[in-house]
Write a protein that binds this ligand. Sequence first.
Ligand code: TYD
Ligand code: MG
Length: 450
Amino acid sequence: MGKNNIFYCKECGYESAKWLGQCPGCREWNTFVEEAVMKKGSSHKSISTGELKPSKLSEISLKSEERTKTELDELDRVLGGGIVSGSLVLVGGDPGIGKSTLLLQVCKNLSEKGKNVLYVSGEESLKQIKIRANRIGNMGDSLSLLCETNLDIIEEIIRKYKPEIVVIDSIQTMFKPDISSAPGSVSQVRESTNVLMQIAKGLSISVFVVGHVTKEGVVAGPRVLEHMVDTVLYFEGDRHASYRVLRGVKNRFGSTNEIGVFEMNETGLCEVKNPSEFMLMGRPENASGSVITCSVEGTRPILLEIQALVCKTNFGIPRRTSAGTDYNRVNLLMAVLEKRASLQINDCDAYINITGGIKVNEPALDLGIIMAVVSSYKNRPVDQYTVAFGEVGLSGEVRSVNMIDQRISECEKLGFKTCIMPQSSIANIKKKTEMKLIGVSNIIDVIRYI
Ligand code: TYD
Ligand code: MG
């Protein structure tokens, strides 16, 4: 055994033999911390493979009921249809966003089905968990709780009681005694995840791991272990708004970019079955700068309100901000407007906001942003039963978008009458619709409707 020190990036886990100011992995500054690592001396024993041999793909049998439904449809969809046995799922998010609440609800639903569930908490006492559980509802009898942070003990208990599903809350509080660095350090978090991975794969137990996202501080963020786990889900949302979005970032057993929408209330998280309705609630009537657009998240269309406020700059340099969408994209679209539509906005401040605090980066939003900016600039409202979507290119052309039928039917379902969309997408519509469809091929055509 040799002892040596290694420097790790707290953000992404990049390893280096010496301290670095900027991480070559994630380009963050000042993220390197020194940690002592005990490395096992390498041994060159010859290994006898004995009975081990590779398997033929055709010999591997898949059991029919492989996925366990959590009965939270929003979560099941993000997971790709339910929990895969033997998978390791990381649930990340800011502190206080609702990770523990969500997972306790999963425990509730699964234990009601008679599944053997173990909830390991390193953050709260048994009494505190009980108080939270009481708010959520009646737990089944097959749910066991454990307050422990020593992974050796946790591993022992898992091997002894063989639960089907384990929740670890949170990975940053867990530690392995044979590693000298503190809990939450990069090497502890990594090693702990490794142990959990072996438990999951070896015993076919599904493991959920909670990881706090930390802006600063000494705790390693969940990005350190993103590449180790099977599935990465991030919980996002405005802490002041009641709804939360669960986003799939990585999924070995399903598609990514699916989102699940929840609302936090007194009895825990409720599913929001119709996010469009939720996002459009309380929108202003006949206000300039407000445009409804349709974005597709994974397989689901969601209607969103884009707001723009364009006003004359008081100081020399115009100020631009964007909340909920890519800042650079907004700047680009404003440059396109200026050059291709000869709109004098170079001396204007512009504030763009996607209401509801949701973050979206779909190209189809472009047309909505353009319309919102023009509407605010000209101070003319866009008809409130009109929805607009389409990608905008650098020459001002409006380009086609995917999943056109799904978008159209969502708009129709929510009572919209007119749809401004790319001309080239109209030919791809298979469904019949009552809505008036206006095809546009350049942003100049769009500006005429405002
Ligand atoms: P929590 O799950 O503890 O967050 P995390 O584990 O991600 O740190 O969520 C805590 C927040 O949720 C807290 O601000 C209180 C709120 N909450 C409710 O509004 N209703 C509830 O029923 C529960 C259990 C929590
Ligand atoms: Mg918690």
